[in-house]
Design a protein. Structure first.
Length: 266
């Protein structure tokens, strides 16, 4: 009897192992990690020597998986895009699987992409997952003769536990690899004077922006609506993309003489 009970309990235990699920915030990562670094290598190699760049900005793809898949299909039908910048908020709740689903969708692009961190990406263990899947929350790369500085500006989610925006990083990037670029684009999830930006330092932030060689414009996401704002009356535009629910993206073209952009529906 005791032997039969032992066998029964063993069977129940072994069969139950297959039913154990993992916590949604456990940061168990499967598949590709350090995505941004891998794609930055491709961007810099593909764009080396170029004097004209054409790239896409989009963002806030959380919840809108079908729309994001259609975005990938739309970009793949084109042959004139150098790379894509995802402005953040891949996840809605910072759940690990959200990042992995979005990564796998974006990995379907025929061109390299980088992904910034958004405020929703910081929820729960989201920031930890973002770092594991995509890399550092502040990073930069050079495409042609243009430096792209990508920043974490989601101050509200950090409660002053670390510097957001990171002015030390911004200052270093003004001169880092200075012999390799002549122009600059600053990308962020939340621009100054939106709800998660630390508006106490908005003017200081913009002062750093103005120090970059050949500053062209800034890109952002977060508000879910396309806007083009000159916030500080100095001619520097903060250009915000729609969320994926609106099935649109922005195409920027930087030439030796100027830049221009268009809103594209798909």
């Amino acid at each position: 009897m005791r032997k039969n009970l032992y066998v029964l309990l063993s069977c129940l235990f072994l069969s139950g192992c297959g039913m154990i699920d993992y916590h949604p915030y456990d940061v168990r990562i499967s598949g590709e990690t350090n995505v941004n670094a891998h794609n930055i290598e491709k961007i810099e190699a593909n764009c080396k020597g170029k004097t004209t760049l054409r790239f896409v900005t989009m963002g806030d793809s959380q919840r809108w998986y079908d729309e994001t898949e259609d975005f990938v299909k739309a970009i793949n039908k084109r042959n004139d895009i150098d790379f894509v910048i995802h402005g953040g908020d891949m996840s809605d709740f910072g759940v690990t699987k959200e990042f992995l689903w979005q990564r796998d969708i974006m990995n379907g692009l025929n061109v390299p992409y980088v992904a910034l961190i958004g405020n929703h990406d910081c929820l729960g263990t989201g920031a930890e997952t973002y770092k594991a899947v995509f890399g550092a929350t502040n990073f930069s790369f050079i495409a042609g003769n243009v430096k792209f500085v990508c920043l974490n500006t989601n101050a509200l989610e950090y409660d002053y536990s670390e510097p957001v925006p990171d002015f030390t990083f911004m200052e270093q990037e003004i001169t880092n690899r200075s012999d390799e670029f002549e122009k600059t684009v600053i990308s962020m999830h939340a621009r100054p004077y939106t709800d998660v930006f630390n508006d106490n330092v908005a003017k200081v932030f913009h002062r750093y922006v103005t120090q970059y060689p050949g500053i062209q414009f800034c890109t952002a996401a977060h508000t879910h609506h396309h806007r083009d704002d000159v916030i500080f009356d100095d001619g520097i535009h903060y250009i915000t993309s729609d969320c994926m629910d609106y099935r649109s993206y922005l195409v920027f073209t930087i030439t030796p003489e100027k830049y221009e952009y268009e809103l594209v529906k798909y």
